[in-house]
Design a protein around this ligand. Structure first.
Ligand code: ZN
Length: 644
């Protein structure tokens, strides 16, 4: 598929991209330099300075701290792609110089081992994240090279990749091992794409193929007596997706971020190598993850113990983990599944995770973030019940383990990669996401520009305009528009140049094939209904409850609008939900209101926790806001699911 030149120009998303480039990236640079008052120090830049011999001191932070700088650099590269910024580019060039100084003579690059345990390289692959950090270096290097054309970081990355390629593999004297935290696998595919070096693709395939084979590497490493970082005990192979060879895995298990990073690489490799069994494993794991272990917000990984998947339909709302990075990884994986095969269900999940879990993780000021994304919050329980301490009612400034904020930054700055696929060979242009943008590409030997204007997420009107300049007439190709699964009851309507146009639905895409002429206009009208959603009975946490969804957005109720306890509030038999745009609430959003009920007698004597049941209720208006905006006012209760 040829790569289109895409620029986002969207009422909703452009503001987020500006927030990331104007606020998030500069703020995170300050955080990496430990200059944010009252926030946990990052130590990241300081570690590189110590490893480079520019400063004395001890390594600070987690063993994977280097990856925060790499993810920031990757985000900075995408920001520079959005618009030139000489000051940002100078900072990036300087820090790339610093990274170069921290690289060892043989190409090795990891500040933890260089500073603290120089003799222990590659001895704790289970926990030490060396290859994980290398992966984030490679991703940053590819992004920076592709944006700026500057090779310095790419050369640093390739020197390290070459060392890893010499160290790991099936040959004599090589380590038949892989990383406890998948990441390098998908990064090596990107490095292969940028350099054309087949070795990097082969190395990625080696790491994926080796995982979970018997005898198990992590067990062998443990028996040899590795120096533990966290866990001296016997390795838990499921947590690291190393319990079975990947082609035999059928259900998502273990640490959720690790899982979806691994599955992303598997999908890449299945596409690039034509490996049918690997592709089938991806499809099985996709089915299990998204049909049985995903929250309605696109969150995955329901327990904080190990930040992990548990089992089918175990999706508690108040204890949820649903890490931001896990949903971002799910988006990475969905994007790669779409490249394997354009099926709308992949884009549906991508959209669900993006508009809800991921967007909700960042405050409107771009300076506060959630790591954990619950679907129900009682602030006092978060403070005082040790089981719920991971569930924060307020976004934090920065975290000791700050994987999520830079991950949000790099995703939102590179959102243009997620909107279209141009399949020139098949003569098809896929539109996966409805985000205002301009895409330039070649089709049937002609230069085509597709301009999209979208009313999402508030309004379902999407308009396209085509430019096919030149004397040679039109260009014949198929436009394939995703039919979103928003549980709407009406069919989307399509019009070309003002006239209703029939379409056929293929894998969830409305396909119109014709000779497109310069100036052709397409109108795609998506019904935007406010729908009550139920959960299948096996998802016990949602029994007798409903959630509100409108278009791609999941809604929630907050104490600020509805009082407390929210558990007392239920939907009336006919809640008669109405939706209206409120410009002065939380930057402007569509608010859903309806009829609710609370117990008629909310006034209980202090000494009566219990009493005979009275079923009488009285009406109460309820007001719901988009989930992604929760927690932007005074701290209070929040709930996505409402009794009904
Ligand atoms: Zn994270």
């Amino acid at each position: 598929m040829s790569r289109a030149a895409i620029r986002i120009r969207d009422d909703f998303w452009s503001a987020y991209q500006e927030l990331v480039t104007g606020t998030v990236i500069p703020y995170q640079w300050e955080a990496l330099n430990d200059r944010i008052e009252g926030a946990e120090p990052s130590h990241a830049i300081r570690n590189f300075r110590i490893a480079a011999g520019l400063e004395e001191g001890e390594f600070g932070g987690f063993v994977f701290q280097d990856s925060d700088l790499y993810k920031w650099l990757e985000a900075a590269a995408y920001a520079l792609r959005l618009k030139p910024d000489p000051e940002l580019e100078r900072i990036a060039d300087d820090v790339i110089g610093l990274i170069g100084k921290a690289q060892q003579a043989d190409g090795y690059l990891n500040t933890y081992f260089t500073i603290r345990e120089p003799d222990k390289r590659w001895t704790n692959l289970y926990e030490a994240h060396e290859l994980y950090c290398a992966g984030h270096l490679f991703e940053a290097a590819v992004a920076y090279f592709e944006t700026t054309g500057k090779r310095r970081l790419l050369d640093i990355a390739c020197r390290f990749a070459d060392l890893i390629d010499r160290t790991f593999g099936p040959g004599e004297g090589q380590l038949r091992a892989y990383c406890g935290h998948p990441e390098i696998e998908l990064a090596l595919v990107k490095l292969y794409g940028a350099t054309g070096e087949e070795r990097y693709l082969k190395l990625s395939k080696f790491f994926v193929d080796e995982r979970g084979k018997q005898p198990n590497y992590f067990i062998a490493e443990w028996k040899r007596g590795r120096t533990p970082i966290w866990n001296p005990g016997m390795p838990d192979l499921e947590v690291y997706q190393a319990h079975l060879p990947v082609r035999e895995q059928t259900a998502a298990v273990g640490h959720a971020v690790r899982a979806v990073y691994l599955y992303s690489a598997m999908a890449d490799l299945a596409r690039l190598t034509g490996d049918v069994r690997l592709r089938e494993a991806c499809e099985r794991l996709w089915f299990n993850t998204t049909k049985k272990q995903m929250y309605i917000t696109g969150g995955i990984g329901s327990t904080h113990l190990g930040e992990a998947f548990t089992f089918d339909y175990d999706l508690p709302n108040d204890l949820a983990y649903a890490e931001t990075c896990a949903s971002i990884g799910l988006i990475f994986w969905a994007r790669r599944m779409l490249r394997l095969e354009a099926r709308s269900e992949y884009a549906d999940v991508m959209e669900r995770a993006l508009y809800n879990n991921v967007l909700g993780s960042m405050a409107r000021d771009g300076k506060h973030f959630f790591y954990v994304n619950p679907l129900e919050v009682w602030p006092e329980a978060s403070m005082r019940n040790p089981d719920r301490r991971h569930v924060k009612p307020v976004r934090q400034k920065w975290f000791g383990c700050s994987c999520c904020p830079p991950n949000v930054a790099r995703l939102l700055c590179s959102l243009d990669d997620y909107i279209y696929d141009i399949d020139e060979a098949a003569g098809k242009v896929y539109v996966h996401l409805y985000i205002g943008s301009e895409a330039g590409f070649e089709m049937a030997g002609r230069a085509v520009t597709l301009r999209q204007r979208s009313g999402l997420p508030w309004d379902g009107t999407v308009k396209f305009e085509l430019s096919v300049p030149g004397e040679a007439g039109g260009a014949r190709f198929a436009l394939a528009l995703r039919v979103p699964n928003w549980f709407q009851t009406a069919e989307p309507r399509l019009a070309v140049n003002g006239a209703a146009c029939p379409y056929r639905v293929e894998n969830g895409y409305a396909v119109v094939e014709r000779e497109w002429s310069d100036g052709d206009r397409v109108e795609w009208l998506l019904p935007m209904e406010t729908v009550l959603i139920g959960a299948r009975p096996e998802i016990r946490a949602n029994a007798g409850k409903a959630a509100i969804q409108r278009g791609p957005l999941v809604y929630c109720v907050e104490e600020a609008d509805n009082g407390a306890p929210l558990a007392a509030l239920s939907l009336a038999d006919d809640p008669a939900l109405s939706a209206a745009f409120v410009p002065d609430l939380l930057g402007g959003c569509v608010v859903v209101e309806g009829s609710g009920e609370v117990p008629a007698d909310m006034d209980w004597p202090e000494d009566a926790p219990y009493r005979p049941l009275r079923n009488a209720s009285r009406p109460k208006r309820l007001k719901a806001i988009p989930y992604y905006l929760w927690g932007n006012r005074e701290p209070g209760e929040m709930s996505v699911w409402l009794r009904c």
